[in-house]
Design a protein around this ligand. Structure first.
Ligand SMILES: C[S@@+](CC[C@H](N)C(=O)[O-])C[C@H]1O[C@@H](n2cnc3c(N)ncnc32)[C@H](O)[C@@H]1O
Length: 280
């Protein structure tokens, strides 16, 4: 079989399983199998695949057919400018979360040396990307999941910032250290009733602790806002990723808890995604 034939066959198989991007996934799997860039596959569609590569390709394809995300099959995902190790213990970093990084970089000039807290760090993608951009800042990153903290530390080592970001395994409820200039969080914000209707890829593979925001979807967000009124300095900024229908309710809650100037920004698909607020 040549590359074109194998890609056609694989795409059809993934399409039958209702996967969202069967063609792209097949190309990524073939590229990984052959250890080449995807572009090289597309430029050599008539090339034949050998038996051992075909076996390897089918092994990966079978995992993808069973809804294992590409990021889990290969154990990495790109976020911002960097490659992160990921496994079942952390949320796979999402492109829309890069909006948080964009907003923070606008708030912090390049020579900033602020105290920053990242709540629910998961893979560490936000804290690590940020310290790379603003190396004079001090970042503490916390997560309730011990296994997530292990992954975040591994990523920090991989990007040589293991000594610059401090990772702590703790529930935000119990965290009461220091005062911060800036607090960031991409918390779980999906309503429990909506968890069942998520894509199988997500539902079967990503940690519930990273997804579930309780019955209203707002439980962890409210908890974080409450905590941040104590942890933030006056005029400190709170930057949150939020669900696209949660903006109005959060704005009201922030006013009640001593925050002002709340702004909400949309992601590339036009959905409200990032909230920036200032503590009075
Ligand atoms: C949506 S994931 C975000 C991960 C990562 N920051 C990102 O943007 O890809 C939320 C993270 O919050 C953590 N988490 C959930 N509840 C928490 C709590 N009460 N205290 C601390 N971390 C919590 C979860 O373990 C998970 O790693």
């Amino acid at each position: 079989m040549n590359y074109q034939q194998i890609l056609n066959k694989a795409s059809k198989e993934l399409q039958l399983k209702n996967l969202k991007s069967p063609k792209l996934d097949s190309e990524l799997i073939l590229a990984k199998t052959l250890n080449v860039r995807r572009e090289e596959i597309l430029l050599n569609l008539n090339k034949k695949i050998n038996k051992s590569h075909l076996n390897k390709f089918n092994y990966y394809l079978n995992m993808r057919s069973n809804h294992k995300p590409i990021a889990h099959i290969f154990n990495f995902k790109y976020f911002w400018k960097y490659k992160f190790f990921v496994d079942r213990n952390v949320l796979i970093p999402r492109p829309e979360t890069e909006l948080i990084i964009e907003k923070i970089l606008k708030i912090l000039p390049s020579s900033s040396n602020k105290n920053i807290l990242d709540i629910g760090t998961g893979s560490g993608c936000i804290a690590i990307s940020l310290i790379k951009e603003r190396p004079d800042c001090r970042i503490i990153a916390i997560d309730k999941s011990k296994k997530a903290i292990k992954v975040a530390k591994r990523n920090a080592e991989m990007h040589q910032v293991g000594k610059k970001v401090k990772f702590i395994n703790i529930d935000v409820d119990k965290y009461l250290c220091n005062k911060y200039d800036l607090i960031i969080s991409n918390p779980p914000y999906i309503k429990n009733s909506e968890l069942l209707s998520l894509d199988k890829d997500v539902k079967l593979n990503e940690p519930k602790l990273a997804l579930s925001g309780g019955s209203s979807g707002l439980e962890t967000l409210f908890k974080i806002i409450n905590k941040c009124k104590m942890l933030l300095k006056i005029n400190g900024k709170l930057i949150l990723e939020i669900g696209h229908k949660q903006g109005n309710e959060l704005k009201k809650y922030l006013i009640l808890n001593g925050f002002n100037q709340t702004k909400i920004y949309k992601d590339l698909s036009g959905k409200e995604r990032c909230l920036v607020s200032t503590k009075n």
